[in-house]
Design a protein around this ligand. Structure first.
Ligand SMILES: Cc1cc2nc3c(=O)[nH]c(=O)nc-3n(C[C@H](O)[C@H](O)[C@H](O)COP(=O)(O)OP(=O)(O)OC[C@H]3O[C@@H](n4cnc5c(N)ncnc54)[C@H](O)[C@@H]3O)c2cc1C
Length: 289
């Protein structure tokens, strides 16, 4: 790994000011579990690494009325141990508790996982089905908010300007009775990236029919995506194995998997179908329907 200077800053404004002064020579580090690998492999050669780890305002989970605000520097382990996440956002809990190892989860952050913008980022599908909003702050202190769905703009590309930092993610607390789940296919039982990741969220009306269905998919397109035609199909229907199987057939029209180290495209397509049904049934079992 090439030599670089390392600077730990204490506030968002300081981080953005120093980044501005050094331009493309500087990069941010949250947990470092993605960026340091890139530096080690020589894919990037920063002269300055600005650590965000001491910025209090980037960390933690807080509830405001019906919303949850998660700081981008919140570690995966903090999310995993949060009762609020386990109770209200089980798909996110499913995802973080199966990522990497406890040691990695102790330092790796939610923001780092999303900003790294891997098509297979495990937190992406859960945040997509909870319709997360991303809050960005610029050097002038101005904030803007982008739906996560639009934050991913292409393969490994995100809507983040050079003078911006990702501050937090905001998700609405689901209505009582809703259910959600995230399933991930790995070759090994632990310490493996998703070969396919599927998140399903379901809420129900008084008649027991599906009011809202949201489906998030990882590793089957250049970015994490929502399977919107399949979601529309499920709305107003009774959720069971048959309706979920039919939705899964529709969902594969939204995906564009490729053959890669994670597996063959045809296999990923089959897994998407199976996992939409299974994640849907798990979400149903976790709902009060
Ligand atoms: C052994 C191992 C196992 C892993 N297993 C998994 C897995 O199962 N699933 C999975 O999805 N990933 C996995 N990963 C990848 C990685 O751990 C996660 O993506 C992690 O969440 C990244 O977070 P981080 O804080 O370490 O990011 P960092 O490496 O610190 O940063 C990632 C990117 O985000 C930028 N960044 C960070 N914070 C901000 C901010 N606030 N504003 C602007 N830019 C910012 C950085 O500049 C960098 O470009 C694994 C990695 C390792 C090494």
């Amino acid at each position: 790994m090439k030599h670089f200077d390392y600077l730990c800053v204490g506030s968002i404004s300081e981080a953005l000011e120093i980044k501005h002064q050094h331009g493309t020579d500087a990069v941010f580090l949250a947990g470092g579990t993605d960026i340091l690998l890139l530096a080690k492999k020589g894919i990037i050669s920063p002269r300055l690494v600005i650590s965000l780890r001491n910025i209090e305002e980037l960390r933690g989970i807080r509830q405001t009325e019906n919303k949850l605000v998660i700081g981008s520097g919140t570690t995966l382990r903090t999310l995993e141990k949060s009762k609020l996440i386990a109770d209200c956002f089980p798909a996110l809990h499913d995802a973080v508790s199966r990522m990497a190892s406890v040691q990695i989860r102790n330092v790796a952050t939610l923001g780092g996982n999303i900003i790294n913008a891997s098509p297979g980022a495990d937190c992406a599908a859960p945040l997509l089905i909870y319709r997360a909003m991303v809050t960005l702050v610029n050097r002038q202190g101005k904030e803007r908010s982008v739906p996560l769905k639009r934050f991913f703009t292409g393969f490994k590309r995100i809507d983040l300007k050079p003078d911006e930092i990702v501050k937090e993610f905001i998700i609405e607390i689901p209505p009582t009775g809703a259910g959600s789940a995230y399933l991930k296919l790995m070759k090994r039982q632990a310490m493996d990236l998703a070969h396919v990741g599927v998140g399903v969220y379901l809420s129900f009306g008084d008649n027991g029919h599906c009011e809202q269905a949201l489906i998030g998919l990882a590793t089957v397109a250049p970015t994490p995506i929502r399977a919107e035609p399949a979601e529309k199909y499920l709305q107003g229907r009774v959720i069971d194995q048959d309706s979920l199987s039919a939705a899964a057939e529709i969902a594969v029209g939204s995906i564009s998997p490729i053959d890669d180290f994670r597996g063959r495209a045809w296999h990923k397509t089959e897994i998407v179908k199976t996992y939409i049904r299974r994640a849907g049934m798990l979400a149903l079992s976790r709902s009060e329907n």
